[in-house]
Write a protein that binds this ligand. Sequence first.
Ligand code: NAP
Length: 433
Amino acid sequence: MTSKPIGVAVLGLGNVGSEVVRILTENAEDFEARIGAPLEIRGIAVRRVDGDRGVPTELLTDDPAELVGRDDVDIVVEVLGGIDIPRKLVLSALEKGKSVITANKALLAEYTGELADAAEKSRADLYFEAAVAGAIPVVRPLMQSLAGDRVNKVAGIVNGTTNFILSAMDETGADYAETLAEAGRLGYAEADPTADVEGYDAASKAAILASIAFHTRVTAGDVYREGISKITSDDLETAKSLDCTIKLLAICERIVTPKGKERISARVYPALVPLNHPLASVNGAFNAVVVEAEAAGRLMFYGQGAGGAPTASAVLGDLVMAARNKFYGGRGPLESKYAKLEVAPMGDILTRYYVSMQVADKPGVLATVAAEFSKRDVSISTVRQHGSGDGARLVVVTHLAADSALSETVASLEQLDVVVHVASVLRLEGTTV
Ligand code: NAP
């Protein structure tokens, strides 16, 4: 005897939604066997219902709210994008006790508390594996596999567009604007690339990762953010000379302040990464996340961080979990926020800096520049001079120091007569250079 079907509403039929519908339809029997009951798509919400959308026309609707509210819908898959409209739809589904699967990092990073509260109240599931690093299982490992461990750090490359651009700049020597244009032509960058290249997308993912890794609510606004739009081909050349490459990193970690207080840090910025670091070899549009946990040690997750089918894989994994919970009873993990750790300001974080500046080519420049670092107790690791005359460039790499001291040093360097301009400032991650 066939069990009663579980009704699914799919909101969105774009890159991700169309793959979700395709795989669900093609592998319907496998899904039924894995869940114990068949999944039935009750409707698919889109903006344009006309034309051939590759799915039965009777499933299409341009009224997602009506679809979500239908009595025969048990689970809602939200793959629309945007914030305001999906927020209302997801909340309305959760309030009605319907489980929600979403790939929407921007929504979660802004409204995780509100959504988690609604899910908790109605005892519905809220799953979001696809919201961080596409196909790569990282949300479930952090929430479930590592639930018995203490995670100290999560650092990763979580944005494929910026990784594609930085890898291509590294490989070809081309400049940022040229490489961004090429990424657009190849479909790796959107027409408006701001969310990716300015680090907003990675910051949303960092907020989600920090929340689940440290059992604390963290929103996108808590995440320190810098993008890659100021990275030059010179920076990548210098990185090479230091046996490094440049990656846009999302870093979430526990820190202890000088006063012994436990805090967390969540930050996104382009950083020099030594070539022997596991993240240095993650190239092109691939993503990777390194997790450091007390008992487990270092774990690395690597794979396709975006794309219709890879993202659909993560969405469908969540859908199977939510459907099994509906069928057998029970719930997936709730939001864990008991630790309530404060987020430390960026100035308190210990970092290493690489500072590249155009300088006057005359005696005493090095001593004047070095004095600015030592005034703020920032110890210099290496200094190199490149070029001469008008093209003289000084590259300073520091030891660990408070980010605020390093920022003040850079600000004061810009005021010096001997410094024509500070061309580039980057942080260093990983081992010594
Ligand atoms: P997309 O290709 O732009 O598709 C969006 C879909 O939603 C379209 O089918 C669109 O309808 C529909 N839609 C948008 N607003 C709507 C509204 N107000 N009412 C009804 N339908 C509406 O987006 P996507 O790339 O699939 O991404 C979807 C979500 O997944 C986003 O939250 C994104 O951040 C997340 N995500 C995407 C990827 C990826 O690789 N693409 C990876 C991870 C996470 P029309 O087709 O009629 O325009």
